[in-house]
Write a new protein. Structure first.
Length: 243
């Protein structure tokens, strides 16, 4: 089976689950989490994997790689993946933002030395965050179930569908000169780089009475905020009153 056929098969399966889960936006404080008995053990596994593997790798990355180099690596990866943002700008009907993001990508890819530098931000072409999960949410598709995936962390049905779909907009999918091993290495660097940026938040998580609920609420709040470009309906952000 080809890579494209395999991807389409998995996408269809996840779409079926998402459709069965309904199409209404839910409050982060009242999520659909019917798989919680399964999600919690997976969360525990992820925390242990992070403690023994990812967190030490992120700490070593920060200790060994100078800050300017880490910034360049982060810029390069962000720029490499930026066509996904542009495509979803267009899918959401954000034509002006799509034009600005296209300009940002062009400038950083050339004057920014393949994205290692970020001259576009200095002239006002700031970075945006758009993906297919947000696009589906903007057009009324609800989150569906909350999912905790092994090693990948929190998702929803909608965001998992979006993640599969966004594969089609990644440049490396269409570059024959880049080997699969190189893609894996790049993904690994991206994961470690992303983890290094949130090391300071570990103490906040450790102070929570129920870290699983804290992570679930924080993830769903962030995704809701992204779907509504920072202005979600207030009724979705207010915790339910105690009965």
């Amino acid at each position: 089976m080809s890579r494209a056929a395999s991807l389409l098969r998995h996408l269809a399966a996840v779409l079926a689950v998402a459709g069965a889960a309904g199409c209404a936006h839910n409050s982060p404080y009242e999520p659909l989490d019917p798989l919680e008995p399964i999600n919690r053990p997976i969360y525990t596994f992820n925390i242990k994997a992070d403690h023994y593997v990812l967190k030490p790798a992120a700490k070593a990355y920060v200790a060994v790689v100078p800050s300017p180099v880490r910034t360049g690596i982060s810029n390069f990866i962000d720029n490499l993946l930026y066509p996904t943002v542009i495509v979803n700008d267009l899918l959401q009907g954000k034509l002006v933002q799509a034009a600005r993001d296209t300009g940002r990508f062009a400038i950083n890819s050339t004057y920014g030395i393949a994205g290692l530098l970020d001259p576009a931000s200095k002239i006002g072409l700031t970075k945006h965050n758009e993906d297919l999960g947000q696009t589906l949410g903007r057009w009324g598709v609800g989150e569906g179930w909350y999912l905790m995936l092994p090693l990948l962390g929190p998702y929803t049905n909608r965001d998992l569908v979006g993640r599969f779909g966004d594969n089609w907009t990644e440049i490396l999918q269409y570059t024959d000169s880049v080997e699969e091993f190189d893609r894996v290495v790049l993904a690994g660097v991206d994961i470690v780089d992303t983890r290094s940026k949130v090391l300071d938040l570990d103490s906040v998580l450790e102070q929570q009475f129920d870290p699983y609920v804290f992570v679930r609420t924080a993830y769903l709040q962030r995704r809701l905020n992204l779907v509504y470009d920072g202005n979600p309906p207030l009724e979705l952000l207010e915790p339910p009153l105690p009965e």
